[in-house]
Write a protein that binds this ligand. Structure first.
Ligand code: PLP
Length: 389
């Protein structure tokens, strides 16, 4: 693909991220002048007579042109020199831990995506990795957990699923770097629109692209973006390529199509989430709303500093009457969809504690809400009726 607008002399893109995303970087297919990139499905590529591969492609497991096009858009959104797409968010996250060596120590948050927490508990010891979980909103706890010379990775997630705990990215990066470790961040709930972790000092950003990046609940994908192309990035690339964890071209094509509207979807979904958070915080059947956009949220001050354009499309509510009342309310909604996952254009509601099981930091009266693009009044009145019945 050709780029219609090269970066300026300082290497910055000429256009705003929203403009670049809308046009998938302004790329035009040189053969047809198509403004939508072709979908490359070939698994294999012709060798040159001199036995080389002058196109740069040899086989589709290590690399694929549609995947590369999509990676370029994610890298632009994150302000990264490179991004890598994976077959799921978990494949992306576990590749980062897979790049550690036996004997290495990593610090992770107590509040994090439960699937990764479960994977770490089961798999990390088998790989000779030592993992400590700390309250990441407490920087002293993070400092105390660091073992200079042994801690190689600090993994954070902000806002942290499902309590939407905020971690100070710049401060966590400084603590990690001082001890000789890298900072990697699961930024799924923030999206590249609200937070640019690399600009705040993070080394690697991860997204479950299954969520808001794709946004239509029809692709499972993951992505990493890096601050620098170093030996760790190479190693992660070798893990993806050797282990066959690359995203398929059809999924990359769909993801690319979704990225074009990402800024609009994030803005609309976050605005409705902020409005619902306000309204639910005055609701008689709700005892608490967890949303970093609320001024009295413990993470609000840090979130206001490191998030732009809103506080995200995710919130959780605590229902008066405990677990049974929460499950009953989720059973009565008509517009919200009772389903797992998040970030899609349809709003989802989920009783998280029953999904996460033992070890969850999630209180039993909590319902997680992923806010879509429906009318905000409809979303409010549907859940209001379910809570009041
Ligand atoms: N990170 C977060 C915050 C998530 O919510 C999820 C999935 O729900 C993941 C990572 C894992 O992503 P995937 O389901 O694409 O493997």
């Amino acid at each position: 693909m050709t780029q219609s607008d090269p970066p300026d002399e300082a290497g910055r893109p000429v256009w705003a991220r929203r403009s670049l995303a809308a046009q998938a970087m302004g790329a035009v297919d040189p053969a047809t002048r198509a403004v939508v990139a072709p979908l490359h499905v070939s698994t294999t590529f012709l060798r040159d007579p001199d036995n080389g591969y002058s196109s740069g492609y040899s086989y589709a497991r290590p690399d694929n042109a549609t995947v590369r096009d999509c990676e370029a858009v994610v890298a632009m959104l994150e302000g990264a020199p490179a991004a890598m797409l994976f077959g799921s968010g978990m494949a992306a996250a576990t590749a980062v831990f897979g790049a550690l060596e036996p004997g290495d120590h990593a610090v992770v948050p107590r509040v994090m995506y439960w699937g990764l927490r479960r994977w770490l508990m089961a798999e990390a010891p088998r790989r000779g990795l030592e993992i400590d979980a700390v309250a990441m909103d407490d920087l002293d706890a993070l400092r105390a957990a660091m073992r200079p010379g042994r801690t190689r990775l600090v993994w954070i997630e902000t806002p942290g699923n499902p309590l939407w705990t905020i971690t100070d990215i710049a401060a966590a990066a400084a603590i990690a770097h001082e001890a000789g470790a890298r900072l990697a961040i699961d930024s799924t709930a923030a999206s590249p629109i609200h937070t640019r972790p690399l600009a705040l000092g993070a080394d690697i950003v991860m997204h479950s692209a299954t969520k808001i990046l794709n946004g239509h609940s029809d692709v499972v994908a993951g992505v990493l973006a890096t601050a620098i192309r170093d030996a760790t990035w190479e190693r992660i690339g070798a893990i993806r390529s050797g282990g066959g964890a690359i995203l398929g071209p059809f999924e990359a094509y769909l993801l690319m199509r979704s990225l074009r509207t990402l800024p609009l979807r994030v803005a609309a979904q976050s605005a409705t989430a902020a409005d619902l958070a306000q309204r639910f915080s005055r609701h008689p059947r709700i005892t608490g709303v967890l949303y970093p956009g609320l001024p009295d949220d413990p993470g609000h001050a840090v979130a206001a500093r490191q998030m732009q354009g809103g506080f995200g499309f995710m919130l959780s509510i605590r229902v008066a009457g405990g677990e049974a009342a929460a499950i009953a309310a989720a059973a009565r909604v008509r517009l919200w969809k009772r389903a797992t996952s998040l970030g899609g254009v349809e709003s989802l509601i989920e009783h998280r504690a029953s999904v996460e099981g033992p070890g969850t930091p999630c209180p039993p009266d909590l319902l997680r809400l992923s806010v879509g693009i429906e009318d905000g009044d409809d979303l409010f009145s549907d859940l209001d009726a379910a809570l009041q019945s």
